[in-house]
Design a binder for this molecule. Sequence first.
Ligand SMILES: Nc1ncnc2c1ncn2[C@@H]1O[C@H](COP(=O)(O)OP(=O)(O)OP(=O)(O)O)[C@@H](O)[C@H]1O
Ligand SMILES: [Mg+2]
Length: 505
Amino acid sequence: MDLMNNYIDLSPSPVALIESLRSIGYSMETAVADVIDNSITANASQIHVRFSWNSGNPWIAIIDNGHGMTESELKSAMRFGSMNPLQTRARNDLGRFGLGMKTASLSQCRHLTVLSQKNQQVSCCEWDLKQLTQTDSPGWKLGILDLDAVHQRSTLNQIYKETFSQTQSGTIVLWEDVDRVIEHSELSKQDNHFNQVMNDTRNHLALVFHRFLSPDIGKKKVVVLMNWDELQAFNPFNSRNLATQELEKQQIVVDGEKIVVQPYVLPHHNKISRQEYEEYAGSGGYLHNQGFYVYRNKRLIIKGTWFRLIKKEELNKLIRIQVDIPNTLDHLWKIDIKKSHAVPSELIKNELNRVIRKIEIAGRRVYRQRGARLSSAAKHPVWIRKAVGGAVVYQINREHPLVIEMLAKTPADHREFLEQVITMFEVGFPTDLFFNDVASTPEQVDKPKFDEQALELLLDVFLNRWASSGMSNTEVVEEILHIDPFTSNKILTEEILKRKGYIHE
Ligand SMILES: Nc1ncnc2c1ncn2[C@@H]1O[C@H](COP(=O)(O)OP(=O)(O)OP(=O)(O)O)[C@@H](O)[C@H]1O
Ligand SMILES: [Mg+2]
């Protein structure tokens, strides 16, 4: 007997589906970025993001001078799922899912109009949720606008006239009925909020597209304007500053495709101005922004994460690693529709782990150099640094002349007790607190102030001892300046010695 399958048509209800897709998790900034992806893929050299509060009826338009679309291309572009995500894409294509333009736009607005010009032909289509929700809605029916209809739409017409008087080809993506951005803010504060959100969007775009805004030599530059104001690239590695350490580049080859990994150690705060240091901290600060920065076709997808391979630590806070992946490896990265998330497969994670192990060491060197400078030039330091096994410990120098002097002056039956007290100081040193302070706000870590009187009291111990030793004044001064705390308080010590006649001007 033949088995027979019966099929019924079960197309999704457009309104229900679109309403759900609106909640996919786009923010204004990720939504605008997703539309800009298409402009870059269409080879645009200029992309203008225009926006207006429009007395409480805000609109946003993303206008490019890319290759545009013919009428039939535009129609299929308007389809939800215009391309199978499994299909191979051109190497420079920033798209993957065939959804971005629709889902990103409609996550922020209820009325999307796309107008495109190619071969001197203008085509225009719209998805208007208001129309789709009408009870006699004809289903997934796309609105087609002829030029007369375009002229009757004031915002669209204005942008159209301003744009296509100069360019041969290009695309306008217009969002009207922009509701999401204002729905949760108080009526009187909505315009402020809108401007704030657009400002955040500007910063997001300056980062996400920085490799296009400020490309490598010989590569095509893309100009992005926001209401006529040109966006400046924000390079999270501050790679043009000579104080940034560019560590050795590494390559991972997977399925015959290359992943290029370029680690940077950003400049330590004492190498650059405070303003520059703070500028490159990025939102959330250095600690938060350490880690991998993954670029897909030079477009930033995800930033400041170690993919749980290591924890974010003070010690690594200046390390940022650029990872370049091609769109041919999307299957190994689990890129999300919003292009704001990516999870590397185990295979890639293992490779990245190997890279981290190497780099961590170099990153630590930045701090170590500084640590080395902290150690004193004194022949008789108060503290000595000792490497014991794998660990480093700091101890009070038992050979320091003043320690010797103190122990010598102590009656024999108290000496052991005194030594134990010294040991207690060493063991009780608040290493964790100190370390944390040095790593997070080194500029604020200081020593307790040493006043002149205290210094003089200590100095007198030596001067008295050497007074009858036959040492010349010059020799005494020479010796003293090699003993801490005199070495680290040289100017003050010299003043006292001058006053006492040991140094002559
Ligand atoms: N500004 C544009 N210029 C030219 N063609 C465009 C433009 N915007 C979109 N298109 C066309 O519309 C198609 C659909 O765009 P959409 O953003 O919805 O999906 P996608 O870019 O293919 O994939 P993804 O969902 O990953 O963004 C694109 O593949 C492209 O062919
Ligand atoms: Mg796209």
